[in-house]
Design a protein around this ligand. Structure first.
Ligand code: PMT
Length: 222
């Protein structure tokens, strides 16, 4: 790897899906495998950073020398992020956080009854936006998983969530995005962008960490 561009930095990365419980045996979730976030954790560690990986439920092995904090729901992920925010230089949100959770978690398994049932969902807090508006704000990088109008939605999230950078992927494309080994993304910041063609998530993670480190250093120097 290129010399230790992140020496002395504490990088916090969220990865994987969240699970939003409906009852003791069921949950709402998504297809995130954690591969993108774990690759970023490995790349940041190799670039000299101390890495905390806040991970939803995945089946991956913890990268060497990374500290892993296991969480399940979005609310738990938010708590874990807030626990480290005041001691964090760079926060990278690659997790696929559920936007909504069931309004109530049934204490007992929900019984099969009529032909239809209705679920009421309530909005989860936005973790990356909360971190980006915190008093002790780290350099904050989000992701945008889109299926249409990728650039416009990503730039909207960059501004609305008060982020320093955002990594946009078109998750409607086969072979990239959720659960695949490869990804193709465009990185946006307020006055620039850089596109990365499809490659393995590990190779991409190295490039993204390098680009993030460059921008982080430039912003620090301002
Ligand atoms: O895990 P893999 O299988 O390797 O797949 C990688 C990936 C496709 C999950 C990853 O590349 C990716 O796009 N991650 C973000 C997924 C997502 O939920 O994107 P979003 O556009 O819905 O969210 C935008 C940003 O807000 C993200 O940084 C997300 O972490 C964050 N967010 C969203 C909702 C919420 N309640 N809190 C958040 O922090």
């Amino acid at each position: 790897f290129e010399s230790a561009v992140l020496d002395g930095c504490h990088v916090v990365i969220t990865a994987g899906p969240t699970r939003e419980a409906l009852d003791p045996v069921r949950y709402i979730s998504n297809h995130s495998s954690g591969k993108m976030g774990y690759a970023l954790a490995r790349a940041a560690q190799e670039a000299g950073a101390r890495v905390t990986l806040i991970s939803g439920p995945v089946t991956l092995t913890t990268p060497d020398r990374c500290q892993r904090v296991n969480v399940s729901s979005a609310l738990e992920m938010l708590d874990a992020a807030l626990n480290v925010v005041s001691d964090c230089d760079i926060f990278i949100a690659s997790a696929a956080v559920a936007d909504y959770r069931p309004a109530a978690v049934a204490e007992q398994k929900i019984k099969k009854s009529g032909d239809e049932i209705q679920l009421t969902l309530v909005k989860n807090p936005d973790i990356v936006a909360t971190i980006a508006s915190h008093a002790e704000r780290p350099f904050t990088v989000g992701f945008a998983a889109e299926t249409t109008d990728v650039a416009a939605y990503a730039k909207g999230k960059l501004a609305r969530k008060n982020l320093d950078m955002i990594v946009a992927n078109d998750v409607s494309q086969p072979g990239i995005g959720f659960n695949s080994d490869d990804n193709a993304v465009t990185l946006y910041w307020p006055d620039g962008e850089q596109a990365f063609a499809a490659m393995s998530k590990q190779a991409l993670a190295r490039e993204l960490i390098l680009a993030i480190a460059q921008r982080y250093t430039a912003v620090l120097g301002d």
